[in-house]
Design a protein around this ligand. Structure first.
Ligand code: HEM
Length: 122
């Protein structure tokens, strides 16, 4: 396991804890916002340190393409789930929308983590 994958595993644990506390807003919300900040930080690190996007374009293996697509989708889905969560917190409306977006987000986030094991450039 590379250090970056270990980091990603730790963020996944934060997300799992946030899900376990999904009914306790004062725990759920800070955990999920922390996971978002940590995930964006790792994407920025991979981009600045390793020019991740250029590497993916330069060496377009199928696994790397799938991984990068899932990673980009994960960040976009954060940007959908978070405002929906905010709306739910403030107005009490839109629980099904927040939940549906959350399920899709989780599929993308776990998919990003799994494909990272096969996409690491050797
Ligand atoms: C990736 C980030 C997030 C995921 C995956 C996520 C996921 C979930 C899930 C699965 C539920 C349970 C829904 C249900 O049982 O119907 C939930 C509840 C909730 N979430 Fe999130 N959430 C995220 C971020 C946020 C954020 C950033 C906020 C607010 C700013 C938020 C606010 C809420 C609220 C208010 C509830 C209802 C809690 C209650 O039952 O009182 N969520 N979330």
């Amino acid at each position: 396991m590379t250090p970056v994958i270990a980091y990603s595993t730790a963020v996944l644990a934060v997300i799992a804890a946030g899900l376990a506390f999904r009914r306790r807003r004062r725990v759920h919300i800070p955990l999920m916002l922390s996971a978002f900040v940590l995930d964006v930080a790792s994407v920025l690190y991979l981009q600045v340190q390793r020019q991740a996007v250029q590497t993916a374009v330069g060496k377009p293996t199928t696994m790397l393409m799938i991984h990068v697509s899932l990673a980009i989708g994960t960040i976009l889905l954060y940007l959908i789930v978070i405002p929906l969560g905010w709306r739910l917190a403030v107005t009490g409306k839109g629980r099904p929308q927040h939940r549906r977006a959350a399920v899709l987000f989780l599929l993308f986030r776990v998919g990003t983590w799994v494909t990272a094991f096969f996409a690491t450039p050797g």
